[in-house]
Design a protein around this ligand. Structure first.
Ligand code: GLV
Ligand code: MN
Ligand code: MN
Ligand code: MN
Length: 421
C-alpha cells in the first residue's frame, strides 16, 4: 500500500496551531503556583494535566492509558496493530515559575499531528504512540527524567528514597498518586516495541532566532550531572566575631559559584549553573555556619564535563582549606550525552524542507530532554522551534502561533517520510 503524500492546507495548519496555543494556555492554569505555572511529578496538578491530555488524545482517536510511572500514553494502530510504534512525545511537568511551552508544546504537537495524519495512519508500517512524560525536569525530587527513565526500563531502586522539599519520598508520592511502586517495571518498553522516538520542543536558547529561521534539526543532547553541595563552617555572632575568627560557609559557597563560571567559560559547549544557594541558620545577624548549593553541569562531551567537576573538587578543597570549612557533595542526577540518529535527523530535515524552509541548521541541545532516557531503547530525533529572545524556564517563554503551524507541517512531513522509507 503506498502512503499518500500530505496535503495540509494553510488554514488547517493555522487552526491546529491556534488550538495548540489555546491548550498551552489551558494547561498553564493547572498549576500549584498562584499567578504562575508550576506542575511537578506526582502532584494533584500532574493528575489533572494527565486527565486533560488523555481527553485530547482520545479526541484524535488515540486509545489511552496512564502507565505505571504516571506517564500519559495514547496509541493508534497503523497497518498492523501488532507492529512496533513510532513514539512521539515530550513532558507535562515544569520547573518552578515556568513558561507555558517547555515540554507542553511537544506533547500538544504530537497529539495534533495525529489529528493531521489520522486518515493516513492505517497505511503506516508502524503504530503511533504519543507519550506525555511525567517528570523530565526533576523539580520535585532533584533527579530528572524519572518518567522517561521508567519507560526506558532504567528505573533505579535507589530513587524510591529520594525526598522532596517536605521529606516525602518517591515511594510515598507514588502511593499518594495511586500508583503501586512494585509495578513501576510495567512502564518499561522493549526496544523491539519501538521504531524510534521523535520530539518537538521549543528551543531554550537564541540560536534559531539569531539565524532568522523557525525550525532546526537537533544533532545531540548534552550530558549532565547535578550535585547538591554542602559547605560547613561555624555559625557565630555577626557583630562580635572578627574576620580572622570566621569560618563563613556562604563565602565559601560564593567562591565556588564564581569558580563554576570561570572553569566553564574556559571550555567549549560546557555550561554550569548554581541555581540554589541557601545559608543556615539564615539570620541577618549570624555568620552562616552552613551553605547548601546546587550545581548543574552540562556538556556536549562527558569527558569535558567530568574534567571540570574534578577541577571544581580541587577548588573546593582549596577554598575549604583557606577558610577553615568542610565540604561534601552528593550527586543527584547523571545523564549521558545522547546523539540523534542520522536517519531520524534526515527525516526531520526533509520535514523542515517540506515546510518550505531551505537549508535548516542543526543544533546541539544544551538543555535536557526525555530523549536522553528514551535513547537507551530507541533511536531518537528532535525538532526545535524558534524561541524569540531565547527565554525559557521563565514565564516569558514564547513561541509564535505561526512558527507552531510551520513546525506542525514539518513534524507531520517527517513522520510521513519515515513511513515511506
Ligand atoms: C530541563 O529542562 C533541563 O534541561 O534541565
Ligand atoms: Mn525544562
Ligand atoms: Mn523540556
Ligand atoms: Mn529540559
Amino acid at each position: 500500500m503506498t502512503i499518500p503524500l500530505l496535503e495540509l492546507t494553510a488554514d488547517g495548519l493555522a487552526n491546529s496551531a491556534r488550538r495548540i496555543m489555546a491548550r498551552c494556555n489551558e494547561l498553564a492554569r493547572i498549576s500549584s503556583l498562584r499567578g504562575g505555572v508550576e506542575r511537578v511529578y506526582l502532584s494533584p496538578e500532574h493528575a489533572r494535566a494527565n486527565r486533560l491530555a488523555a481527553e485530547w488524545m482520545r479526541d484524535v482517536g488515540l486509545t489511552t492509558h496512564q502507565d505505571a510511572a504516571g506517564n500519559q500514553v495514547g496509541r493508534i494502530s497503523g497497518r498492523d496493530p501488532e507492529a512496533p510504534a513510532l513514539m512521539l512525545g515530550s513532558h507535562l511537568d515544569t520547573v518552578p515559575d515556568a513558561g507555558r511551552f517547555d515540554g507542553i508544546l511537544g506533547v500538544l504537537m504530537a497529539i495534533e499531528v495525529v489529528r493531521l495524519l489520522r486518515s493516513r495512519i492505517p497505511t503506516f508500517p508502524f503504530c503511533l504512540e504519543v507519550v506525555a512524560f511525567s517528570d523530565e525536569e526533576g523539580t520535585r525530587f532533584g533527579k530528572a527524567l524519572l518518567g522517561s527513565a521508567a519507560v526506558a526500563g532504567s528505573w533505579d531502586p535507589a530513587w524510591w528514597e529520594l525526598t522532596d522539599a517536605y521529606g516525602i519520598t518517591v515511594r510515598q508520592a507514588f502511593l499518594e498518586f495511586g500508583l503501586d511502586p512494585s509495578r513501576v517495571g510495567e512502564a518499561a518498553r522493549r526496544p523491539d516495541e519501538l521504531v524510534g522516538y521523535l520530539e518537538a520542543h521549543i528551543e531554550q536558547g537564541p540560536q534559531l532566532d539569531r539565524a532568522g529561521q523557525p525550525l532546526a534539526v537537533v544533532s545531540s543532547i548534552a550530558s549532565a550531572r547535578r550535585f547538591q553541595i554542602t559547605i560547613r563552617g561555624e555559625a557565630r555572632h555577626a557583630g562580635g566575631t572578627p574576620y580572622d575568627m570566621r569560618h563563613d560557609a556562604l563565602l565559601g559557597a560564593s567562591e565556588i559559584a564564581i569558580a563554576v563560571e570561570r572553569l566553564c567559560l574556559a571550555e567549549h559547549h560546557l555550561i554550569g549553573t548554581v541555581g540554589q544557594l541557601n545559608a543556615y541558620p539564615g539570620a541577618v545577624n549570624v555568620v552562616p555556619g552552613e551553605a547548601r548549593l546546587s550545581l548543574d553541569l552540562r556538556g556536549e562531551l562527558e569527558g569535558t564535563r567530568d574534567r571540570v567537576w574534578a577541577a571544581l573538587t580541587r577548588e573546593l578543597d582549596q577554598i575549604a582549606g583557606r577558610r577553615g570549612l568542610r565540604w561534601e557533595a552528593r550527586e543527584v542526577h547523571t545523564a549521558s550525552a545522547m546523539v540523534c540518529e542520522p536517519l531520524l535527523m534526515d527525516v526531520m530535515r526533509a520535514g523542515i524542507e517540506g515546510s518550505g524552509q531551505t537549508d535548516p541548521i542543526s543544533l546541539f541541545s544544551p538543555a535536557g530532554h526525555d530523549g536522553m532516557a528514551i535513547g537507551r531503547i530507541a533511536d531518537i530525533g528532535m525538532l526545535f522551534l524558534r524561541n524569540p529572545d531565547g527565554i525559557s524556564h521563565h514565564p516569558d517563554e514564547y513561541v509564535s502561533t505561526e512558527d507552531i503551524a510551520v513546525g506542525l507541517r514539518a513534524f507531520a512531513e517527517a513522520i510521513v517520510h519515515l513511513a515511506r522509507e
